[in-house]
Ligand binder design. Structure first.
Ligand code: NAD
Ligand code: TYD
Length: 351
């Protein structure tokens, strides 16, 4: 208790997932005077073994729980008196949202509301919503001059992006109506360590390593704007500390690639044949191109990405090669067993 009171206290929801875990590491490393509490439900996408290296850190606490659970969230806020809340927790996979939208609406919209109600009730310096460029819909392939700015109208395509957009609007409404101090970041596609192997880059790396076919949707010509995950973490750090109350910041590194380019780069790095590529039925409503104009974050916050795609993809492939057991356990479903073995009796306890 005594240690905690002297430290800035940050709630990171969804911190056992891909970007959230990278943000937990980033904050604990960068700020020796910060304490980080991770609230995560450990859905299929959350993995406690990812947080293994910080579990015994005195400035870290893991709490297993649902952001839509009002009572649990209120009790946690009452106990912890957070300075900052950074909301990563979400259902995040477009394909799953097409299969079953309902959990996306519950977690992504209602969960955000529950967290903001607790933030209002107990007071925070800043509630930060981690959003996505997908709220802007897509851009045509034949207009490379067009980019998403913060003024681009919301125009969603998938149940996932619609749920994220709804949450963004709610966050802005809480700012205007209740004066809750908020910021929103809308970032392009992330890649890097600890990404769940259902998303394009880790899926292709893990399948290529097993010489399995690589399922490319449609013609593989859709364009994504890739950002190394640590650059996203650095942007959020700047936004919560220096960003203006009520503002939206677009985050992206001008690294546009077609899906086919990405898959071919991975195959080349792994010295695997392009014959592994298999073209499969396209995703319904598939967005053509995402491209972020990050000039507001650059000019107002001095944010610049530091890792180029060439460098980042090499580092990421190396990470998946060096950490084979992390993703193999996930694919095998063994991480559920890991959870029971390592953490079964410690749910909700301070690590
Ligand atoms: P992820 O799917 O890897 O992780 C999500 C985490 O949230 C998991 O640990 C999961 O257990 C947890 N979670 C899910 N439902 C929960 C609930 N009800 N209560 C508590 N925890 C819950 O996702 P990610 O790729 O790390 O994305 C994190 C955030 O960043 C999301 O909000 C996503 O919309 C946003 N985002 C992602 C990208 C990207 O490229 N991955 C890009 C821009 C924005
Ligand atoms: P994904 O990683 O699911 O992110 P998002 O849909 O949020 O951009 O997909 C990135 C791109 O890769 C997208 O255009 C869909 C495509 N894709 C495939 O071609 N094959 C796959 O198996 C997956 C998962 C994605």
């Amino acid at each position: 208790m005594e240690v905690r009171n002297r430290l800035m206290n940050v709630l990171v929801t969804g911190g056992a997932g891909f970007i959230g875990s990278n943000f937990v590491f980033y904050m604990l490393n960068k700020y020796p005077d910060y304490r980080v509490v991770c609230l995560d439900l450990l859905t299929y996408a959350g993995n406690l073994s990812t947080l293994e290296t910080v579990m015994n850190n005195q400035r870290f606490r893991f709490v297993k729980g649902d952001i839509t659970d009002k009572e649990l969230v209120a009790n946690l806020f009452k106990e912890e008196r957070f300075d900052y809340v950074v909301n990563f927790a979400a259902e995040s996979h477009v394909d799953r949202s097409i299969e079953d939208p309902s959990i996306f609406l519950k977690t992504n919209i209602l969960g955000t509301q529950v967290l903001m109600d607790a933030s209002r009730a107990y007071g925070v310096k800043r509630f930060h919503q981690v959003s996505t460029d997908e709220v802007y819909g897509d851009l045509p392939l034949d207009r490379p001059d067009l980019f998403f700015t913060e003024k681009t109208p919301i125009h969603t395509s998938s149940p996932y992006s619609a749920s994220k957009a709804a949450a963004d609007l709610l966050v802005q409404a809480y700012n205007r109506t209740f004066k809750l101090p908020i910021t929103i970041s809308r970032c392009s596609n992330n890649y890097g360590p600890y990404q769940f192997p259902e998303k394009l880059i880790p899926l292709m790396i893990s399948r290529a390593l097993k010489d399995d076919s690589l399922p490319v949707y449609g013609k593989g010509e859709n364009v994504r704007d890739w950002l190394y995950v640590e650059d996203h973490c650095a942007a959020i750090d700047l936004i919560i500390h220096r960003g203006k109350d009520g503002e939206v910041y677009n985050i992206g590194g001008h690294n546009e690639k077609t899906n086919l380019e990405v898959v071919k780069t991975i195959l080349k790095e792994l010295d695997k044949p392009e014959s592994l590529i298999t073209y499969v039925k396209d995703r319904a409503g598939h967005d053509m191109r995402y491209a972020i104009d990050p000039s507001k974050a650059r000019s107002e916050l001095g944010w610049e990405p530091t890792t180029s795609f060439d460098e980042g993809i090499k580092q990421t492939i190396k990470w998946y090669l060096d950490n084979r057991s992390w993703w193999e356990n996930i694919i095998n479903g063994d991480y559920q067993k890991y959870y029971t073995r390592m953490y079964g009796s410690r749910e909700g306890a301070t690590a």
